[in-house]
Design a protein around this ligand. Structure first.
Ligand code: GMT
Length: 379
């Protein structure tokens, strides 16, 4: 198939899922055309089947806000015509599914079906805001296919938007061959020279991630035992987290690595992963850690209970309950095996339900289903 994929190219789960999906599909013989204002993070142009089409947003003194949605719709149509796309797959409803809807209308009577994948904040935070709700609902209803990344998000969308159409759940996935335990002893020694356990967090440091809680949890662990904290990513709350680290005099034990590629090389060195978010529709970073045999302590919210089994491959806490999180962290890290057995169970569970090899064919199947249902093009 020839598939146009649109996502936010910035540091965030939806962009990561869209990009990894495109690359997995290309490896399976599909032609993938990413359409966005910048190359998505993690995109690897090495494959001849992967192409990138930049959306140019022309500014004009009259525009306080250049109309990206329109420029994107125009580029979608242009790529459809030049590359004979079979379908568009947009990730994150706002504004991508509105652009796709416009592109489909402009392409008529030729057939350009589009699928919208909902990722979370497009429903729970932004989409439910009254400035966007009616148009988000409309573009979801008008999509030829809609998928959500967890049962939680499907339910939430049906309820919040009072939507009657079917929504297919296709969960986030992880490449189980790439994400595994690391044996990089040199890097481990660099981070934890005395063999201290390593706690890790990876996110875009937005308020919803509660990064300050990560530092608070670590501080409580550090009161009881030597340990190191590695923070990967960047975003609006990094400054506050750095301030808290200095306030608690933990600079020697906390590393801020910033935005990184090849996350799998780092995750596989952790002993424990922390994701104490306020809300998480799935929690892709938690899944990636689990595939690397790292037990996770995360909030008991959104789609996280679908990913983590409390007491089996990690622990679930109430958002903000740093005491409880620290108690579980100390429990795991003070075990003789430092949580290795729990980590191995985490990988088994990740492999069983969320391996790319199993999830990607579900997208392919869904594409076929949507193509079969959408009206055939008129000559
Ligand atoms: O969490 C973010 O701020 C990024 C956001 C996104 O859309 O880029 O992530 C959402 O999509 C991810 C991939 O499907 C999910 O794993 C995250 O749980 C979800 N974030 C939230 O629901 C807060």
């Amino acid at each position: 198939m020839r598939i146009g994929i649109t996502c936010y190219p910035t540091y965030g789960g939806s962009g990561v899922v869209a990009t990894e999906l495109g690359m997995e599909l290309a490896a399976r013989g599909h032609d993938i055309h990413f359409i966005s204002y910048a190359p998505p993070i993690r995109m690897d142009l090495a494959s001849a089947r992967i192409h990138f089409h930049e959306v140019e947003v022309v500014s004009y003194p009259l525009f306080d806000h250049p109309p990206y949605t329109l420029a994107l719709a125009t580029k979608m149509l242009e790529v459809f015509e030049a590359e004979s796309l079979d379908l568009l797959h947009v990730h994150y409803a706002i504004p991508h599914s509105v652009s796709a809807l416009l592109a489909r209308s402009m392409a008529a009577p030729r057939r350009l079906p589009f699928i919208t994948t909902l990722h979370g904040t497009d429903i729970t935070l932004v989409g439910s805001n009254r400035s966007y709700l009616p148009i988000t609902r409309f573009s979801i209803e008008q999509s030829d296919g809609v998928t959500a990344i967890s049962q939680y998000l499907r339910q939430k969308t049906l309820q919040e938007f009072d939507i009657k159409r079917p929504i297919e759940v296709i969960p986030n996935f992880v490449n189980c061959d790439l994400y595994h335990r690391s044996t990089d002893a040199a890097l481990r020694a660099e981070w934890a020279p005395a063999g201290e356990p390593i706690l890790m967090h990876l996110s875009n440091f937005r308020p919803v991630k509660r990064v300050s809680d990560v530092v608070e949890i670590f501080a409580k662990v550090r009161e009881k035992m030597p340990a190191k904290l590695v923070l990967i990513g960047d975003g609006p709350d990094r400054g506050a987290a750095e301030f808290l680290v200095r306030k608690k005099r933990l600079q020697k034990d906390v590393l801020f690595l910033g935005k990184l590629d090849r996350i799998y090389e780092k995750l596989g060195l952790a002993d424990l992963f922390l994701l104490p978010s306020q809300l998480e529709s799935f929690g892709l970073a938690a899944l990636e850690a689990m595939a690397c045999e790292v037990p996770v302590i995360a909030s008991d919210v959104g789609g996280l209970p679908e990913v983590i089994e409390h007491g089996v491959d990690g622990y679930l806490i109430d958002p903000g309950d740093v005491e409880d999180a620290a108690r579980h962290a100390l429990d795991i890290l003070s075990r003789a095996d430092r949580g290795r057995e729990m980590g191995q169970t985490a990988r088994i569970h990740a492999r069983k339900k969320y391996c790319a090899n199993d999830v990607i064919p579900r997208y392919e199947h869904y594409y076929q289903q949507v193509l079969a249902q959408s009206p055939a093009p008129r000559p």
